[in-house]
Write a protein that binds this ligand. Structure first.
Ligand code: SAM
Length: 240
């Protein structure tokens, strides 16, 4: 038996485990999706894989699901961070959704010198990542971090994490070499609409873990660049 509806829950999952639903989940499942007791739903929590669960109780303000069998093991993405400078709301939402679908382990909005937006709604972006995982059949939800300064992140850059620095100034010049390290932690960095400042570019070029990468001879919008960079990285070094 399989279930069409997939739901992310913050609750342990296992054989015979009962899972309470909060008000929003009950509204979605019983109000919007018109499900009733006896119907089946696929549950995942980012830790225990995917479980087939039966609706035991359906109410307006809550409900209970009962886990029956595991339908997928937990599939972790590669240890890849997607770092990007937030742009307009809908395009930032798009970047988070695509990063979750394409297999980022963590999503880090970063404030660069030319970043327009000074604030993000982390909770809203995290909800987009959850929704993307529900839609794409994933069993893992990447954490969306709070907005932080790129300079501060670089101050404490982890020694073992390689950085794919997408530099539009190198457009058409450099490619991600297939022989660069596989199976090690990585991050992708995408700049804002205004690109990187000269100070940032110098610092990023000087970072020993940095791999300067071109995404072709045309300048891509940041949202396109995020998808292109994730595709290139996944194809060359990831789990595709
Ligand atoms: N204002 C910049 C300019 O006109 O040169 C363009 C910035 S672009 C819209 C946003 C980000 O996408 C860049 O900072 C870079 O990280 C990435 N990007 C876009 N096109 C790229 C390319 N051809 N090669 C590498 N990175 C690219």
């Amino acid at each position: 038996m399989s279930a069409k509806i997939r739901l992310y829950v913050e609750h342990p999952l296992g054989a015979g485990q009962s899972v309470p639903l909060d008000r929003d989940q009950a509204h979605y499942l019983f109000g919007v999706m018109r499900q009733a007791a006896g119907a089946h739903v696929a549950l995942f929590n980012g830790q225990d894989g995917e479980w087939l669960a039966e609706i035991a109780e359906a109410g307006k303000r809550g409900g209970t699901l009962l886990c029956q069998e595991q339908t997928k093991p937990l599939q972790m993405p590669p240890d890849l961070w997607l770092m990007f400078a937030p742009i307009k709301k809908a395009r930032t939402d798009f970047i988070v959704e695509k990063a979750a679908e394409m297999g980022a382990a963590r999503i880090l909005p970063v404030q660069t010198e030319f970043t327009n937006s000074e604030r993000i709604r982390q909770d809203r972006l995290q909800a987009h990542a959850v929704e993307a995982a529900e839609q794409c059949g994933g069993t893992y939800v990447p954490e969306v971090a709070e907005l932080q300064k790129l300079s501060r992140l670089l101050d404490q850059w982890p020694e073992d994490r390689q950085l794919m620095f997408c530099d539009e100034a190198e457009a058409g010049n450099v490619q991600l070499a297939a022989e660069t390290q596989k199976d090690v932690p990585w991050a992708i960095l995408i700049g804002p609409e205004g690109g990187f400042s000269e100070t940032e570019r110098k610092r990023l070029h000087a970072l020993p873990q940095s791999h300067v990468v071109s995404l072709g001879p045309r300048i891509l919008r940041a949202d396109t660049a995020a998808v292109a960079a994730m595709t290139l990285w996944q194809h060359t070094l990831g789990d595709w």
